[in-house]
Ligand binder design. Structure first.
Ligand SMILES: NC(=O)c1ccc[n+]([C@@H]2O[C@H](COP(=O)([O-])OP(=O)(O)OC[C@H]3O[C@@H](n4cnc5c(N)ncnc54)[C@H](O)[C@@H]3O)[C@@H](O)[C@H]2O)c1
Length: 351
C-alpha cells in the first residue's frame, strides 16, 4: 500500500494539537515537511516532531521535497491561494475550515483543481463524530421521514478567539465564519444537503472586545498577525435558511454572550416520522401508536483522527472525501448570504 507524503502548511494551534499528532499516529502517512511563515516556528516544530524538512514558504518545499498532499492550517484568507499553488503541481489538498473567504476565488479554485484531478477536502471534524455518524445513518434510512425543520446552536459565554480571528481581512468574518461554519455544515448535511431558496440573518458584535477576567479562549500561535488587535467582525449570528424542498434551518451562534454556554453543537431535527437531538444523541419516534425516546449506546471516537485518516484514505484510493470542496463552497455561500441579509436588512433569495 502506498505511503502518502504530507506537507503541513501553517504550524499554529490546530496543526500542533491535531494534524501533527494524528498524522504521526496514522498508518500509510508521513509528515515529509512542515512550512510556516514564521521560520523559527517551522524549525522548532520540525525538531520537536522529528520532521526531516522545514520551510518558510510552501513553494520552496515543492522545489525540494516530494509531497502527495498538503494540509493547509493557515488563516482563512490564505487557504485558497495556497490550495491553488498546490493544485498547480497536482498535489491533493486538505484545508482547514472554512474553505476560503471569497466565493469567486473558491469557485475558480474548485474548477481548476477538478480539471487537474486534485482532491479537495475541508476540515469538518464534527461529521466524523460517532454520535453524528449514528444520527446520519438514521436519517439516511429515513427513520425521521421528511425532515422539515432543523435547529443548530453553538453558544460560548466568553470564547472569542485571540489573534487574527477578529480581523476581517484575515478571517473573512467572525463567529459565523469560525464556529458557525461547523454548526451550519453539520445541520445542513444531516438534512441531506437540501438546495437553498432564501436566507435571512443577522450578525453583530454584541459584546465585542470584552475585558472579562480569568477566562481563556483559543489563541493564534502567530502573535505578529493582527498585532493591532483589530476587532471588525461579529461575535453573534442568527439565521433562518429556507430550502427549496420546503424545509427550514434555524441557526444561532455566539463566540461570547450572556447566557448558558453550550458544551457542543446543539442539533435538533424534526421529521414527520421521527426526530432527534444532539447531544446526547436522542431519537424520538412513534411506533404502533406509542411514543418512544431512545439513547443509543456507543463509545465516543477521536473525531480529528477519524477526519485525518479519512483524507489519507481518499488520497490513497482516489475517492471523493466525505466533505469535498463543493460542500465547502455551498456552506460558504450560505454564510455569505447570512452576511448579505444582515447588511441589507432583508431576506436574500438564491438565484
Ligand atoms: N477544525 C477545527 O475545529 C479548527 C479549530 C481551530 C482552527 N481551525 C482552522 O485552522 C486554521 C488555522 O487556525 P489556528 O488556530 O491553527 O491558527 P494559528 O494562527 O495558530 O496558526 C496559523 C499558522 O499559519 C502560519 N501562516 C500564516 N500564513 C501562512 C502562509 N502563507 N504560509 C505558511 N504559514 C502561514 C502562521 O504563522 C501560524 O503559525 C484556520 O483556518 C482555522 O479556522 C479549525
Amino acid at each position: 500500500m502506498k505511503n502518502i507524503n504530507i506537507g503541513i502548511i501553517g504550524l499554529g494551534a490546530i496543526a500542533e494539537t491535531s494534524h501533527i499528532p494524528h498524522l504521526n499516529d496514522t498508518e500509510n502517512a508521513t509528515i515529509a515537511a512542515v512550512v510556516d511563515l514564521d521560520r523559527n516556528r517551522a524549525q522548532t516544530i520540525a525538531e520537536k516532531y522529528q520532521v526531516p524538512h522545514f520551510f518558510q514558504d510552501m513553494e520552496e518545499m515543492f522545489k525540494q521535497v516530494k509531497v502527495d498532499a498538503v494540509m493547509i492550517c493557515t488563516p482563512n484568507q490564505t487557504h485558497i491561494k495556497l490550495a491553488k499553488l498546490a493544485a498547480e503541481k497536482g498535489i491533493h489538498v486538505f484545508m482547514e475550515k472554512p474553505i476560503g473567504t471569497d466565493l469567486q476565488n473558491v469557485k475558480e479554485y474548485l474548477e481548476f483543481a477538478e480539471a487537474r484531478n486534485v482532491l479537495t477536502m475541508v476540515g469538518m471534524p464534527h461529521r466524523f463524530r460517532r454520535d453524528v455518524s449514528i444520527l446520519k445513518e438514521y436519517a439516511e434510512q429515513e427513520a425521521f421521514g421528511n425532515i422539515y425543520y432543523a435547529k443548530a446552536k453553538l453558544f460560548r459565554r466568553r470564547g472569542t478567539p485571540k489573534g487574527w480571528f477578529t480581523n476581517k481581512a484575515l478571517a473573512g468574518g467572525g463567529a459565523m465564519m469560525d464556529i458557525g461554519v461547523h454548526a451550519l455544515d453539520l445541520a445542513w448535511w444531516l438534512m441531506g444537503n437540501p438546495e437553498v431558496q432564501s436566507v435571512t440573518g443577522k450578525t453583530l458584535a454584541g459584546l465585542g472586545n470584552y475585558q472579562t477576567k480569568y477566562t481563556a479562549s483559543w489563541e493564534s500561535k502567530n502573535k505578529q498577525l493582527n498585532v493591532e488587535q483589530l476587532f471588525d467582525v461579529e461575535d453573534f449570528a442568527s439565521a433562518w435558511i429556507r430550502f427549496k424542498n420546503g424545509s427550514v434551518l434555524s441557526l444561532e451562534v455566539a463566540w461570547a454572550m450572556n447566557g448558558e454556554q453550550d458544551g457542543n453543537i446543539d442539533i435538533e431535527l424534526l421529521g414527520d416520522k421521527g426526530g432527534a437531538t444532539l447531544s446526547p444523541l436522542t431519537i424520538f419516534k412513534e411506533e404502533d401508536g406509542l411514543l418512544s425516546k431512545t439513547n443509543p449506546i456507543y463509545e465516543n471516537n477521536a473525531l480529528f483522527k477519524a477526519e485525518i485518516e479519512h483524507f489519507i484514505d481518499c488520497v490513497r484510493t482516489k475517492t471523493t472525501p466525505l466533505i469535498d470542496g463543493n460542500d465547502g463552497y455551498e456552506v460558504l455561500k450560505m454564510i455569505h448570504a447570512i452576511y448579505d441579509s444582515s447588511n441589507l436588512n432583508k431576506e436574500v433569495n438564491y438565484n
